[in-house]
Design a protein around this ligand. Sequence first.
Ligand SMILES: [Zn+2]
Length: 430
Amino acid sequence: MLKLYNTLTNQVEEFQPLDPPDVRMYVCGPTVYDFAHIGNFRTFLFADLLRRYIKYKGYRLRHVMNITDVDDKIIARAVEHKMTLRDYTDKYINYFFEDFDALGGERPEEVLRATDHIDEMVELINRLEANGHTYATDGSTYFRIGTFPGYGKLSKIKFEGNIAGGSERVDADEYTKEDARDFVLWKAAKEDEPFWSTDLGAGRPGWHIECSAMSMKALGETFDIHAGGVDLVFPHHENEIAQSEGATGKPFVRYWVHAEFLMVEGEKMSKSKGNFYTFRDLVEKGFTPRAIRYLLLSAPHHKQLNFTLEGLRGAESTVSRLNDFKQRLNELNAEPGSTPAIISLIEKSQNRFEEALDDDLNTAEALAAIHDFVRETNAAMAQGIVKSDDRQALLALVDRFDSVFVVFGEAKKEMARCLRSQDAAWKNCV
Ligand SMILES: [Zn+2]
């Protein structure tokens, strides 16, 4: 039985979907103003691992991810490059998926762009208005936090004082809010900015409303899992709950799952410290996507991960050992038959792997199970006790492990992926 730490209840809980075997999951996707960095990819690869393990457990998964393709940064960059919002974001969406695919990510069933769902957002804001949760000033519409008593239940922040929600996203019309905690649902159009003419007036959506509108459209008003980085708990996910439950009166999400921060060389990643890496920076340094994936998945998602180039070099030799192992097993000249000791090794290893991942996705322990399995199988091969039936069963288990981790990969496949890209930064990939 899979157990997950649920940020909402502050507990590790048994995962029980609403309508088994169906599982409905939403993951907050990238804001496409630039290349994604490896901290972003830690979250997306965690979601990929969760996705793959849910399928491994036999569930039928519907996984939806949004793309934030309108916000202040994107607008500024598009203007700077004299491109339309659509052309600018198309380019970075393509780059994002090139990186994501190369890192062994499996595409979600649905990827939804914010700007394709303006009608759904307006409709949701109208429902909130009908329920008395909004007010409009100077052409913008705000959510009035005071009308939603559950506000703070996810982040556990006590809102007695006057704490500004999402102060990092303060904009010029901030002063028109009645309460600093209120947040914007619809922003009035500004000069030289893209806008949509709707019955809320000319403007564009706030960031938070897009996830409520698109997730409920794709997955229904209550769904199973909502995942994202821990930096999204407040205010983004807290606001999503207020918007969704304020409109529907129903519980929005049953399990909130968050991935911790990625630290780089022991510090927070920042451009000024020179420890800021995109995936492509690392590929240019000669690292393989498979090793980057391995390192980013090597620590459980509820722990901070300290990313170092030294650690990445270690991951590089680990994945090449795993690949060599798989090749040796593939090429093993085995006699017919099977050995009971191998059958019990397979059973033991698979159980340990599943117990680790069932335990709130303890990837460190699951990888330890894989390494012990590899070591013991190597010893058995050296002793000559691996027979042809064993060999098939061992390879099948490797494939099962790899349906979740994707780290035994073949170099050739990676090269093909790299070559598919036209971008010059990939020249070192081969
Ligand atoms: Zn979101």
